[in-house]
Design a protein around this ligand. Structure first.
Ligand code: HEM
Ligand SMILES: *[C@@H]1O[C@H](CO)[C@@H](O)[C@H](O)[C@H]1NC(C)=O
Ligand SMILES: *[C@@H]1O[C@H](CO)[C@@H](O)[C@H](O)[C@H]1NC(C)=O
Ligand SMILES: *[C@@H]1O[C@H](CO)[C@@H](O)[C@H](O)[C@H]1NC(C)=O
Length: 424
């Protein structure tokens, strides 16, 4: 048998034969057939994926519900159909399966407080990446995180960390105090009017103005808005509702919605204002000598960052607006939510509120008739106030969104389970 013979099939050279087959196939490709083909392939692909996830994945041995192991639609069902309720279901799953549960095809959920310190570790202990399920591939990576990879994250943290150490905070104390005083003035103006103040918006305006005074030379004045910018916060709230949809359908957003959503975000909402502001200020700061910038009384986050080439190296030329935007959003909403939580719980339990008021009245009474108010250094020594702040931070659970971690190099042992390294 020569090699040539093998190329002949039914007496027709193979090449020709395949042409004929192709022609026949094309003729016979009717819509029902196409649908049949696509369906068959989809089913085969899904089956293969399910089998991989069930039996071959590094997470195959972890306990969890069948559906959660094979598909992200399980989480989708609880989070999108039942509006963000997967966390409740996860609690039930822990009751059933124990402290370590596979909650999606590629995530392990751990319900063991002592494991916290094994998972969220400092860079020196172990390399850690964030697992960017929420924004990955949506084009919103830049708006939701500094950087998810361990090394890039550490590089950027260095200049940012310096801005939030004790001494830097002391330097911006007057900016914070000014804005708190402004809020108090506004709240007093409501006294005896019978009007209801929307504290969510009032506190959001407070924190937005504070953080913006830390980043920008032209800070925002949301506290000056008659209804504390309620319209803008309503827009943000609606956006927040879609987080779970974003998280589950990144491919849809990537394919269809991204250009549209980007347009909406950058043209219709106020993101643009912050962006333009950052761009303007970067130009301004570049014209100043660098040492003058950092020691100025009104020095800002941008002052400190603009003269280092780190940001643009990491993010490209849009780096500053992007970083300013991120710090602005991150510094506003989580803080106002925490403050709101404290106020709500205190108002609901007067027996907890009374001792706080007494403590503060005592501190303030020493300032009667003086033009200054107690400083942070003094206030942080007040035991009950400190306890209220600590408890507020504990109670304000933040976004109902997991912040998963990936260890690219290390396996770690938790509750008797060996968690595999890397992404699955
Ligand atoms: C009550 C106050 C705050 C709470 C409860 C809070 C909570 C959080 C949480 C839970 C994360 C996610 C971390 C993760 O994925 O592991 C985060 C990230 C972040 N927060 Fe805050 N935060 C607060 C205040 C602030 C302030 C005042 C700023 C800025 C001045 C800020 C800037 C950021 C930034 C930039 C990130 C992203 C970090 C990154 O990607 O590495 N936060 N915050
Ligand atoms: C994030 O997206 C990139 C490319 O778009 C992909 O290579 C990577 O695997 C994704 N990561 C996760 C955790 O989905
Ligand atoms: C306060 O304002 C927010 C918009 O930011 C709105 O969603 C919320 O329902 C308002 N609360 C009340 C009690 O009206
Ligand atoms: C606010 O807190 C939540 C969790 O509490 C976190 O997922 C989110 O990243 C924080 N927001 C920003 C912009 O950092």
């Amino acid at each position: 048998m020569s090699g040539f013979n093998e190329l002949v099939y039914d007496g027709v050279p193979f090449i020709q034969k395949s042409h004929i087959e192709l022609a026949r196939l094309t003729q016979s490709l009717t819509w029902p057939r196409i649908i049949l083909l696509v369906t068959t392939y989809t089913i085969l692909y899904t089956l293969t994926l399910a089998i991989y996830r069930l039996f071959l994945s590094p997470l195959a041995s972890f306990p969890g519900p069948f559906l959660a192991k094979i598909t992200h639609w399980y989480e989708f069902y609880y989070n999108v159909v039942h509006a963000g309720k997967y966390y409740e279901k996860i609690r039930e799953l822990h009751d059933k399966y124990g402290p370590v549960v596979r909650v999606t095809p590629d995530e392990i959920h751990i319900n063991e407080p002592s494991a916290y310190n094994d998972i969220f570790v400092v860079g020196a202990t172990r390399k850690t990446n964030a697992y960017p399920r929420f924004s990955n591939g949506t084009g919103f990576e830049d708006m939701t995180a500094i950087s998810t990879s361990h090394d890039a994250h550490r590089r950027l943290r260095v200049p940012l960390d310096k801005l939030f150490v004790r001494n830097s905070i002391l330097r911006i104390e007057s900016r914070v105090a000014d804005r708190v005083a402004r809020l108090c003035d506004r709240l007093s103006s409501y006294q005896e009017t019978g009007e209801v103040v929307n504290l969510t918006n009032a506190l959001s305006s407070l924190t937005t103005d504070i953080i913006s005074s830390v980043i920008f030379e032209e800070p925002s004045d949301y506290l000056g808005d008659p209804d504390f910018n309620s319209e803008w916060y309503e827009t943000l709230k609606q956006g927040g509702r879609n987080v779970f949809v974003f998280k589950h359908l990144p491919w849809i957003i990537g394919a269809l919605g991204k250009p549209l959503i980007r347009y909406f975000v950058t043209h219709v909402t106020r993101w643009t204002i912050w962006d333009e502001k950052a761009r303007r200020e970067v130009l301004l700061i570049r014209k100043r000598p660098s040492d003058g910038s950092k020691t100025r009384e009104k020095t800002t986050v941008l002052d400190h960052l603009v003269h280092s080439d780190l940001v643009e190296k990491e993010f490209g030329s849009g780096g500053f607006p992007r970083l300013a935007q991120l710090i602005q959003q991150a510094g506003a909403h989580n803080v106002s939510h925490t403050l709101g939580t404290m106020v709500t719980y205190l108002l609901m339990s007067p027996e907890k509120l009374r001792p706080l008021q007494k403590e503060l009245e005592l501190i303030w009474s020493e300032y009667d008739g003086k033009s200054t108010a107690p400083s942070w250094i003094e206030l942080e020594k007040a035991p009950y106030l400190s306890a209220v702040v600590a408890e507020g931070l504990r109670m304000a659970i933040g976004g109902m969104n997991r912040t998963p971690r990936v260890f690219p190099n290390d396996e770690i042992k938790i509750c008797g389970w060996l968690i595999p390294r890397g992404e699955c």
